[in-house]
Design a binder for this molecule. Structure first.
Ligand code: NAD
Length: 498
């Protein structure tokens, strides 16, 4: 059942340490003060895990793998334990929801209806793969038997961003665990605490202590130590392209580890004049307002056929005016704060730079004052080119640039971003054109006459170009948590045939 109760942020209790070997551990000498995005008031100190803390977590993970049978028992046991975990997430939806809403940009009503519900479903989805991906028997000549055997990596390292902390943690942990791995996960230092509760529920569900470990800390110290630890066999990262580059370099320098990178985006929304404009405006506005644009797949570049531009922009102005900003712990809030003052200043900078380059503001462009934290007005920018900062850079705020086109070819050229290729939206009633657009656009996901994911977790997500390598979600996410051993056996079939 969906609950939308507001709550007192001071009433929320949570563990402040790392979670290693099934225990909350507070062994850090250095701490970081963590603030609530809604009012920027510090509410807890976060221990900064060192290379020693990471080593302790990796040791706990290895011991758990060797003593618990997580990877070696019947895979159905993993299915059962993970299902119990998903059930516990659901039965703790209010507690998890409050913790997430307290420490992140996600309004409580949305956390409970969408994020926590999605986490439970993602865990269930991945649990179901645990006994279904064993490998293949290969086509060989008859006196040999060739097999490709799937095996878990052992200890997987994961590093997650701040924009959807619980969802991102579940997208990393659930496929890794379903495949028989243990995980050492570092959440963002801006939104660290809900992930520990998720891991505690895993242990409560019967997943052996040490299989899901959380090490808290900063990227430069703790994240780097995870990436470089020799006992971690693979890294799965979600975050910015800049950090993804550093992680790929560190993984190469420290032992050639495979890396899965889910990185930034600057996704186009291509609207043809024959589209259902009301529907297109709903989808585009929805994408911009979701987490106030702080989503990797935010459709932040509108590319619209010139004859439909005025009508569509009018619709968008109306739909983007309907927002309810407020603290994330108020039940009525539907519009998220910007995560930090640093991030708000980044939006200020890109907008100022765009203004200096000639961009004109159709609406927005200012902060919304009065709540303590930083909120940004939904912002529409016109008179922009491919060189304008707001068109070029990932903003991670509620900013939509508008560019008009006259021909299909021009639309696809504008849609193409020199760096990013995460997602795209296409709106048209012409099936042939929709398919041509799908082929022409360089992106890991193309949504047609809709925008954003559903709970069909069978559909993977991931980027082209510098938006990333590999996939989260889908069968692919489990396969990426398995490595493949080739076996060739001489079975002497020739002799038997003689
Ligand atoms: P970020 O890159 O600043 O940080 C992400 C994580 O990496 C954090 O946990 C951080 O502590 C850690 N980190 C930072 N430096 C590190 C280093 N040198 N070594 C190891 N770890 C390090 O990103 P963010 O600001 O938290 O999140 C926003 C970014 O995430 C955006 O670019 C967004 O597009 C991207 N994102 C992508 C997806 C996707 O699926 N493609 C999903 C969500 C967010």
């Amino acid at each position: 059942m969906t609950r939308t109760c507001g709550f007192d942020p001071a009433s929320v209790e949570f563990a402040r340490g790392h979670f290693i070997g099934g225990q909350v551990v507070e062994d850090a000498t250095d701490h970081l003060s963590v603030a609530r995005p809604s009012d920027l008031i510090p509410y807890a100190d976060l221990p900064i895990g060192t290379a020693d803390t990471v080593d302790r977590a990796v040791t706990a993970a290895r011991q758990a793998l060797s003593s618990s049978g997580w990877a070696t028992q019947s895979p159905r046991e993993r299915v059962r334990a993970m299902r119990r975990w998903a059930d516990l997430v659901e039965s703790h939806q209010e507690e998890l929801g409050r913790l997430e809403a307290l420490g992140s940009t996600r309004p409580i009503s949305q956390v409970i209806a969408s994020d926590v519900a999605g986490v439970a479903e993602a865990i269930r989805f991945f649990s179901e793969w645990a006994d279904k991906l064993g490998g293949d028997v290969a086509a060989t000549r008859s006196n040999d038997l060739g097999m490709i055997v799937s095996e878990p990596y052992g200890v997987v390292g994961a590093i997650t961003p701040w924009n959807f902390p619980l969802s991102m943690a579940s997208w990393k942990a659930a496929p890794a665990l379903a495949a028989g791995n243990a995980i050492v996960l570092k959440p963002s230092e801006l939104t660290p605490f809900s992930t520990v509760r998720l891991a505690q529920l895993a242990v409560q569900a019967g997943i052996p202590p040490g299989i899901f470990n959380v090490v808290q800390g900063t990227g430069a110290v703790t994240g780097d130590a995870i990436t470089r630890h020799p006992g971690i066999a693979k890294i799965s990262f979600t975050g910015s392209t800049r950090t993804g580059t550093a992680i790929m370099t560190a993984a190469a320098e420290s032992g050639i580890k495979p890396v899965i990178l889910e990185l930034g985006g600057k996704s186009p929304q291509v609207v043809f004049a024959d589209a259902d404009l009301e529907r297109a405006a709903d989808c585009i506005a929805g994408s911009l307002l979701a987490n106030a644009g702080q989503a990797c797949v935010a459709g932040s570049r509108l590319i619209v056929e010139r004859s439909a531009e005025a009508a569509l922009v009018g619709l968008l102005q109306r739909k983007l005016s309907n927002i309810v900003p407020g603290h994330t712990w108020n039940a009525s809030t539907d519009y998220a704060p910007i995560v930090s003052e640093i991030q708000a200043r980044r939006i200020d900078r890109i907008l100022q730079q765009s203004r200096d380059q000639g961009a004109e503001f159709v609406m927005g462009g200012q902060r919304i004052e009065g709540y303590g934290g930083a909120w940004y007005q939904p912002t529409l920018l016109t008179n922009v080119t491919a060189a304008t900062a707001a068109v070029r850079e990932e903003i991670f705020g509620p900013v939509l640039t508008i560019q008009a086109f006259d021909t299909e070819e021009e639309a696809y050229a504008l849609a193409d971003h020199p760096e990013y290729g995460l997602a795209a939206g296409v709106y048209t009633r012409d099936l042939g054109r929709a398919m041509r657009a799908m082929r022409a656009i360089q992106a890991g996901t193309v949504w047609i006459n809709r925008y954003t994911r559903t709970m069909d977790f069978i559909l993977p997500t991931g980027g082209y170009k510098r938006s990333g390598i590999g996939k989260d979600l889908g069968r692919q996410a489990v396969e990426q948590n398995l490595r493949h051993k080739t076996v060739l056996i001489d079975i002497g079939a020739d002799q038997a045939a003689r």
